[in-house]
Design a protein around this ligand. Structure first.
Ligand SMILES: Nc1nc2c(ncn2[C@@H]2O[C@H](COP(=O)(O)OP(=O)(O)O)[C@@H](O)[C@H]2O)c(=O)[nH]1
Ligand SMILES: [Mg+2]
Length: 192
């Protein structure tokens, strides 16, 4: 159970990462996919800033949970308006993070339940796979679909991503607090 969560550190450069003294899980996804909302829902408090305008978070946000582990909100990807230098900085930061972070136990890749995985989602998954980084898929905003659409979309997305391997999927809605408990249980199991 998550009893306590606080914003621990906001990181802009790789040398600012906290010590690897606690296990952590990270959350990745396209800008606006609902990452901050999901984190708020998981931590049961509104500390991650949400926004209807994409591309605001350029930092890695560390949350200290139950005083014992970190939830890591990675900067969102995939917005066209970002300059090349910004994208290169993002790439370098993320590459360093994934390669060097020894206490990273699992990455949760967020994808909008309503849409086919976008080019950037494919790139993220291929990237994690090439680094041998374990990851799972979290579908977000499931409240925007009815029951039959949810089943149809889940199968479509699973089918499309099956070229990379078999993965675990969570169907979640931060707004309606759906699938949050299952996801919490999965996360906490990796942090034991
Ligand atoms: N209907 C619905 N909207 C959501 C959900 N999660 C996030 N949103 C909306 O999607 C937008 C982006 O959310 P945010 O959490 O800031 O996305 P981030 O950029 O990935 O951190 C906001 O307008 C949220 O209100 C959800 O579960 N259901
Ligand atoms: Mg965010």
């Amino acid at each position: 159970m998550i009893k306590k969560a606080e914003l621990y550190k906001t990181v802009y450069r790789i040398d600012q990462l906290p010590p690897e003294d606690k296990p952590e899980v990270a959350f990745a996804g396209r800008s606006n996919v609902g990452k901050s909302s999901l984190l708020n829902s998981l931590m049961k408090i509104k500390i991650a800033k949400t926004s209807s305008k994409p591309g605001k978070t350029r930092s890695i946000n560390y949350y200290l949970v139950n005083d014992n582990y970190y939830f890591v909100d990675l900067p969102g990807y995939g917005f066209a308006s970002v300059a090349k230098t910004e994208r290169e900085k993002w790439n370098e930061l993320m590459n360093n993070y994934f390669i060097n972070r020894m206490n990273l136990k699992m990455v949760y890749v967020l994808i909008d339940h309503r849409h086919k995985p976008q080019k950037n989602d494919h790139m993220m998954i291929q990237w994690l796979k090439s680094l041998n980084m374990p990851f799972m898929i979290v579908l977000t905003k499931s409240d925007k679909l009815n029951q039959s659409e949810k089943i149809k979309k889940l199968n479509e997305i699973k089918n499309e991503l099956s070229v990379y391997g078999e993965y675990i999927y969570f169907q979640t809605s931060a707004n309606k607090n759906k699938g949050i408990e299952e996801l919490t249980n999965s996360i906490l199991a990796f942090l034991k």
